[in-house]
Design a binder for this molecule. Structure first.
Ligand code: FPP
Length: 271
């Protein structure tokens, strides 16, 4: 784990960690809770929005690096349904960020073959933000590489409520029996339903800034995700730390509730 030494204002590796293997198992879907912009700015006696501005630069760096190492879907928590509670000035700035980001960065996204998607209650975003989002989706729609999926005005509980409402409506209209409602039907109705089935659930969830909570993000989809928490504040996150998170993932023993027995033991069980 990387620890922040505030006096030196830098990250040092505290203990021997695993090495990133570019030819090893790369998580297909990585989701990130980008936290710590405000503290990054505060540490520099800057206004909070300076942290978000720098955070946007990190989004560019991390997007390019994620695409380079072969991640197929990168989902970034950019604005939650709860973030409206912040001061108007900050909310306005956060609503302008996608406009600036896409206006400047789309040519590079096209060059990198990255396809933009946005999930969330986008209809409640200001018109200029909605327009920027629609434009970026349109401009990158023919790209076939990594999906850059922004969660914008997203909340997982709201997503589950919306999915449940849609399923109940369908059941009422088509006379679907309650017993036929299964996990795949629910997954189809979530905001990750646009992705191919094997890419919907993040294999790795990263949260920056030392906070270790999920904050209403992808509650259904992270049922079996590996979690990686780092003290690095989001503006300080980079390709190297992404590789460290992936290296940690590569050394996890994922059992999905089953057993991962050595070959000899496996024989004992089956015989
Ligand atoms: C959390 O940090 C961060 C956010 C609520 C906003 C995240 C947005 C970005 C990183 C930029 C997004 C870029 C695009 C292109 C949409 P915080 O403000 O809660 O930090 P704190 O916990 O230190 O106060």
């Amino acid at each position: 784990m990387w620890r922040l030494f505030p006096q030196k204002n830098k990250y040092v590796q505290e203990e021997a960690e695993f090495h990133f293997d570019p030819a090893g198992n790369i998580p297909k879907h990585v989701a990130i809770i980008m936290d710590g912009n405000g503290r990054w700015a505060q540490n520099r006696r800057l206004p909070r929005i300076a942290g978000h501005q720098e955070g946007m630069e990190t989004v560019k760096t991390v997007t390019k690096h994620a695409s380079k190492i072969g991640i197929k879907v990168l989902t970034l928590y950019a604005f939650s349904t709860e973030n409206w509670k912040r001061p108007t000035e900050e909310v306005n700035f956060l609503m302008q960020l996608p406009v600036d980001f896409f206006d400047k960065f789309v040519p590079e996204l096209i060059k990198e073959n990255v396809k933009v998607h946005v999930m969330g209650y986008t209809e409640f975003l200001p018109a200029h933000t909605q327009d920027a989002v629609k434009r970026a989706i349109e401009q990158t729609k023919n790209n076939t590489g990594m999906v850059l999926n922004f969660a914008l005005n997203y909340g997982s509980r709201a997503e589950l409520v919306t999915a449940t409402q849609a399923i109940v409506k369908k059941a009422q209209a088509e006379g679907v029996a309650a017993e036929t409602i299964d996990e795949s039907m629910i997954a189809d109705h979530l905001m990750t339903g646009f992705l191919p089935v094997d890419l919907r659930d993040p294999e790795l969830l990263i949260r920056t800034s030392g906070e270790e909570r999920i904050s209403n993000f992808l509650l259904w989809q992270i049922a079996y995700s590996e979690l990686f928490f780092t003290d690095a504040l989001w503006p300080d996150f980079n390709g190297e730390l992404l590789e460290m998170a992936v290296a940690s993932f590569q050394n996890r023993n994922r059992r999905f509730g089953g057993l991962n027995l050595p070959v000899a033991d496996e024989h004992q069980v089956t015989e």
